[in-house]
Design a protein around this ligand. Structure first.
Ligand code: HEM
Length: 509
């Protein structure tokens, strides 16, 4: 997602070559945040807003080192330009909860995040379909109508608790196995890697209705190839974005990128075709066709098999790194905040006995568990920026009039670290989300799953996976930091990831 966003950021930025210092000084005076309400009284021209030039963007990324810290660049630019500013000719950065709310409440019937060619080019070459992430307009709307069912509502996702719990149980066994390999008998090295395998196994078991074996001692060869293909596609996407098309036959990136997609689609197709055969056999034998998400999609007359291949693949890709990185950050923060971890342990152990695996209803009724996930996603919004293009009509935001086809970049990271909305924004304080009479923060201050009809379709599944696995982890183990890890910083690599490996100790309770 970051590569796609970067491509938008770069393509949307252009402009003259005014000296940087002059621009900054002049524009900072013009757009100090406190001035904004006064400006809202009468409509202002969008051209009055400060503008970040392409060369400034490049300078900051390449010279100042913001290349993989674009989320931190949001904080820096907010200081320079205030809450709203042009990022090139066609895109406007929105950098406060209030402005974000104003804009999103005016979003269109078929919201668009903009150019998706990074993900669609390969499909166009091979005549493959689009899924919810890449499709647009009325076709997207119809696709989402089918995909939302059995997934979007908490009641729908709750039916997957058995499937997810089976994966969680295997994950706990894996942790117990792995820690035995360490000299202390309780250390697991590079936990993000195992959380990735957990998330892939979890989402695949829902989407393909089969187990991939990611948590086994020896990962099956086909599954390992699939994992490698995903990594290959993602790791080459940034290079594909920043190198010109004419260089594709000269440089290795495009070929590797395409090979990654080939591996992903071919693995998904094999599993989906196998399910189709199973369903057909049952129908031929007059047996009932029972199943979950994939069976539902395959038996839905609104979906062609091309739609199913594309949608399942996109759901899978969107559902792995997001969930696994959030879980990495959760464990990192809990290991460094023992009091918070104790409070969580008290909640989980008092509400469900140790020898019982909890249901979806039970974990979703645990306020502190939910608050821990919410606070983690506030501090580390795994998708740190997002976008919309308002295509249909002109729009006014913050008192400024923008023509139709204006693109907006949402600075989620800076917004969720705004101390006006979240006092002590760099402290991990899950209690700020509790409904115990305290004033709750502005809801648009942290919207990690996006907003509205185009918001994350997998939100409830992701939350359920994270609640169920966190429940069992905290029930079984006290999670402690490894002294060699030290402080982790976030970097922007497709999603917000730690800048180094996280080793943790899992001590029996
Ligand atoms: C911690 C976990 C997750 C986070 C933080 C997250 C976040 C997001 C965000 C911010 C968006 C963009 C929403 C918008 O533009 O308003 C999105 C879209 C999407 N997410 Fe997630 N996501 C997560 C997990 C998942 C999972 C598990 C799945 C699959 C089951 C999934 C599937 C999708 C899809 C398909 C889209 C595109 C929706 C569309 O354009 O209609 N996500 N997600």
């Amino acid at each position: 997602m970051a590569a796609w966003l970067l491509s938008r950021v770069l393509s949307g930025r252009s402009g003259g070559l005014l000296p940087w210092s002059r621009v900054c000084c002049r524009e900072r005076c013009r757009m100090a945040p406190s001035v904004l309400p006064a400006l809202q009284d009468k409509p202002r021209k969008a051209s009055d807003l400060p503008r970040v030039r392409v060369w400034e963007m490049l300078y900051r990324m390449l010279v100042q080192g913001y290349y993989n810290r674009l989320h931190e660049l949001q904080l820096y630019e907010k200081q320079l330009y205030g809450p709203i500013y042009w990022s090139g000719m066609k895109s406007v950065s929105v950098n406060t909860a209030e402005l974000l709310e104003e804009l999103l409440r005016k979003d269109e019937k078929f919201p668009s995040r903009g150019d998706m060619s990074l993900w669609t080019e390969y499909r166009d070459m091979r005549g493959l379909g689009y899924g919810p992430f890449t499709e647009e307009g009325e076709r997207w709307y119809k696709l989402r109508a089918v995909l939302n069912k059995r997934m979007l509502h908490p009641r729908d996702s709750a039916q997957y608790d058995g499937v997810i719990n089976a994966v969680v149980t295997d994950f706990i066994k894996r942790i117990k196995r792995l820690r035995l390999c360490s000299p202390t008998g309780d250390r697991v090295v590079d936990i993000s890697n195992d959380l990735y395998l957990f998330s892939l196994e979890g989402i695949a078991s829902i989407l393909f209705e089969t187990r991939l074996g990611c948590l086994e001692k020896e990962i099956p060869a086909g599954t390992q190839e699939f994992i490698n293909s995903i990594a290959q596609m993602f790791s080459n996407s940034m290079a594909v974005v920043i190198t010109p098309k004419w260089s594709r036959s000269l440089l290795p990136f495009w070929g590797r990128y395409i090979a990654g997609w080939e591996g992903i689609f071919s693995f998904a197709k094999t599993l989906i075709d196998k399910k189709m055969e199973d369903i057909q056999k049952r129908l031929d034998n007059n047996q009932d066709v029972e199943g979950e998400y994939l069976t539902y999609l395959l038996s839905n007359t609104q979906m062609s098999s091309k739609d199913v291949y594309a949608s399942v693949t996109e759901l899978l890709l969107a559902g792995v790194d997001t969930t696994s990185n959030t879980l990495t950050w959760v464990l990192y923060q809990l290991s460094r905040n023992p009091e918070t971890q104790n409070r969580l342990y008290e909640e989980v152990s008092s509400l469900v006995p140790a020898d019982r695996i909890p249901s979806a209803a039970e974990v979703t009724a645990m306020p502190f568990l939910r608050a821990v996930i919410k606070e983690t996603l506030r501090m580390y919004p795994v998708v740190p920026m997002n976008a919309r293009i308002i295509t249909e009509k002109p729009i006014s935001v913050g008192g400024y009039q923008f023509p139709k086809k204006t693109g907006f970049t949402f600075c989620h990271y800076a917004i969720s670290h705004d101390e006006n909305t979240f006092p002590e924004p760099y402290r991990f304080k899950p209690e700020r989300w509790l409904r115990d009479g305290r004033q709750r923060p502005n809801a648009f201050g942290s919207i990690p799953f996006g907003y509205g009809v185009r918001g994350c379709v997998g939100r409830r599944i992701a939350e359920l996976e994270m609640y169920l696995v966190l429940f069992q982890l905290i029930h079984h183990f006290e999670v402690k930091p490894d002294p060699t890890t030290g402080e982790l910083k976030s970097i922007n690599r497709t999603v917000l990831v730690p800048d180094k490996q996280l080793d943790l100790h899992f001590v029996d309770r």
